[in-house]
Ligand binder design. Structure first.
Ligand SMILES: Nc1ncnc2c1ncn2[C@@H]1O[C@H](COP(=O)(O)OP(=O)(O)O)[C@@H](O)[C@H]1O
Ligand SMILES: [Mg+2]
Length: 366
């Protein structure tokens, strides 16, 4: 019993897993795809803004659409960019460069304009069109670079005649998103596609499918599935249910049981609620960011001063890199930085973790 796994396919519970069966979003996918279609024929597309709460399939839909586009067209270059990680003009332009050339730009310290010219020039030369998905585009508004970037992409044809570009912006519904969508509207007049929250029965259906392909038969019983669907619906994030099944099955496994019980589900979801956010962004962090985060997680009970953490990193990185990482972790809402009011001896920025240390260390360990 002990070494028998309950999983036949654990990776289907990873948040980055793209399911084979993706139902309930046909209308939304159709709407986005309709906007994009002209680009495949070499015309200007309708730009799109995708709006909706977390866990409603926005990111997955756009990724699936991109997969289809690559299959049917050699002339459209789709580039997916997550603005939580890429929120500087240079970094975004580098991602677009990489999408077009297949490799990242060499770091020569060349200015942004040069990178822009290479990138758009290549599109012009090869007669290709560009479709950029800016996921979590609201992050660009936090740092005030949104307009520049949107204009640079959309007005490429003014400097590079013949070049056709389009944007799909993805915005998560929150207090800030209305303002963001208003601002985007003033830059371009996007067509809006709304992803509504899933009903409890839809959630159940999606979770049933995941359990069927991820777990062995009999591990997930109907009443347990009901419970996990109910909690997932109440908390309003499908990702919680998907990851919850995995952890609940692991709990059952550890106790040598062949079935998940309601108690496993409750425990699992309770634990994951606090760490889901980090888990979601962790894969997108650079090696440097991960190093910094590890040192903070391991020592957060001992220190709070930024310099103490920096000193622990020793010779591993420059202060500038450390500072940039800190700001990124702050933007990602993993740490709070309490900034010193004035400069001087002993006056230092203080760093506070916003997620439970144990959960964080577990994710880092994996
Ligand atoms: N209709 C669906 N069918 C199957 N899985 C779905 C569906 N919608 C969302 N998911 C799953 O839920 C999770 C969250 O989806 P995601 O596309 O990241 O949502 P969003 O970008 O809106 O936050 C992913 O693991 C995804 O595979
Ligand atoms: Mg998303």
């Amino acid at each position: 019993m002990w070494d028998e796994s309950l999983f036949r396919n654990p990776e289907v519970f990873d948040l980055s897993y793209i399911p084979e069966v993706f139902k309930y979003r046909d209308n939304e996918l159709e709407a986005i795809s309709h906007n994009v279609k002209p680009l495949i024929k070499g015309d200007f597309p309708t730009n799109t803004i995708v709006l909706g709460p977390t866990g409603t399939g926005k990111t997955t839909s756009v990724k699936l659409l991109f997969r289809d586009i690559i299959e049917v067209s050699n002339s459209v270059v789709p580039v997916y960019i997550n603005c939580q990680f890429h929120y500087r003009e240079f970094s975004i332009m580098s991602q677009i460069f990489k999408g077009i050339f297949g490799y990242p730009p060499v770091e020569t310290g060349k200015p942004l304009t040069t990178l822009y010219e290479y990138t758009m020039g290549e599109l012009q030369k090869k007669d290709k069109t560009l479709l950029v998905a800016l996921d979590d585009v609201d992050f660009l508004f936090h740092v005030n670079v949104a307009e520049n970037i949107l204009y640079k992409i959309l007005r490429a044809h003014e400097t590079f005649p013949g070049v056709k570009t389009g944007i799909i912006g993805i915005v998560t519904d929150n207090a800030f998103s209305f303002k963001v969508s208003e601002k985007i509207r003033t830059v371009f007049m996007p067509n809006e596609v709304h992803f509504k929250s899933y009903s409890q029965s839809t959630i159940k259906d999606i979770l049933r499918y995941r359990s069927d392909i991820g777990l062995f038969p009999g591990v997930m019983e109907e009443e347990v599935l009901d419970k996990i669907s109910e909690i997932t619906f109440e908390k309003g994030d499908l990702r919680l249910g998907i990851r919850g099944i995995k952890d609940a099955a692991m709990l059952a496994e550890r106790q040598g049981r062949r079935k998940i019980i309601v108690e496993d589900v409750e425990k699992a979801i309770e634990r994951i609620s606090s760490s889901l956010h980090v888990e979601n962004v962790f894969d997108g962090l650079s090696k440097t960011d991960k190093k910094v985060l590890k040192v903070i997680a391991e020592n957060s009970t001992k220190f709070a001063k930024a310099n103490d953490f920096f000193n622990l990193l020793g010779e591993e990185m420059s202060y500038e890199l450390f500072r940039k990482s800190m700001v990124k972790l702050e933007n990602l809402k993993i740490v709070d930085i309490q900034r010193a009011q004035s400069r001087g001896r002993g006056k230092q920025n203080l760093i506070h973790l916003r997620v439970p240390k144990e959960a964080l260390l577990e994710i880092i360990k994996e």
